[in-house]
Design a protein around this ligand. Structure first.
Ligand code: DLZ
Length: 155
């Protein structure tokens, strides 16, 4: 893929041994979001972030990622937040409302808290596309979200 590294290891200037990162995970499509979490978690560990400094919080669905991320980003000792969700298109416009709401919501949390809050939300037409991006043939977008967080921390 052009542009940026989406998997593997990156070099960071910052020493990450004291960096605290929150990962907020939507419970809808848990098989997918669980795999995204694993991708993000393993990547943070591989870059030197300590186990005890990776805080996982669950929210019911992707729509709730905005508030969950805000609560975590407002904590003084949390330096970055990764929001993970998976919205799969159904027969109703619900998909569009959730996707739009969370995209705006997460943007606002970035601006309000001035901390990196990473948009790790899959928005796919079907389950197959989601699986391909959650450890399948197109990689793991959770890992990609972790790398994005690390790059923003290194800004
Ligand atoms: C209601 C709903 C639907 C239809 N689909 C999804 C989905 O594909 N992925 C997801 O994460 N959440 C979904 N939800 C739940 C909403 O995100 C939210 O939890 C509810 O609307 C309650 O606010």
């Amino acid at each position: 893929m052009a542009g940026t590294l989406t998997s593997g290891k990156i070099k960071t200037k910052r020493n990450l041994s004291k960096t605290k990162v929150a990962i907020v995970v939507a419970e809808w499509n848990e098989d997918i979001t669980g795999a995204l979490y694993e991708g993000a978690y393993q990547s943070l560990l591989a870059h030197g972030i300590k186990k005890q400094n990776i805080i996982r919080k669950n929210v019911p669905g992707t729509f709730e990622l905005t508030l969950g991320s805000l609560w975590m980003a407002e904590q003084k000792d949390v330096q970055a937040v990764i929001a993970l969700g998976c919205v799969i298109q159904g027969d109703t416009p619900h998909f569009d409302y959730i996707c739009q709401a969370v995209a705006y919501g997460i943007t606002e949390v970035n601006i309000k808290t001035k901390k990196p809050v990473i948009f790790g939300v899959l928005t796919t037409l079907n389950k197959k596309q989601a699986l391909e991006r959650a450890g399948g043939k197109l990689g793991n977008k959770g890992e990609e979200a972790a790398l994005t967080a690390l790059k923003m921390l290194d800004f």
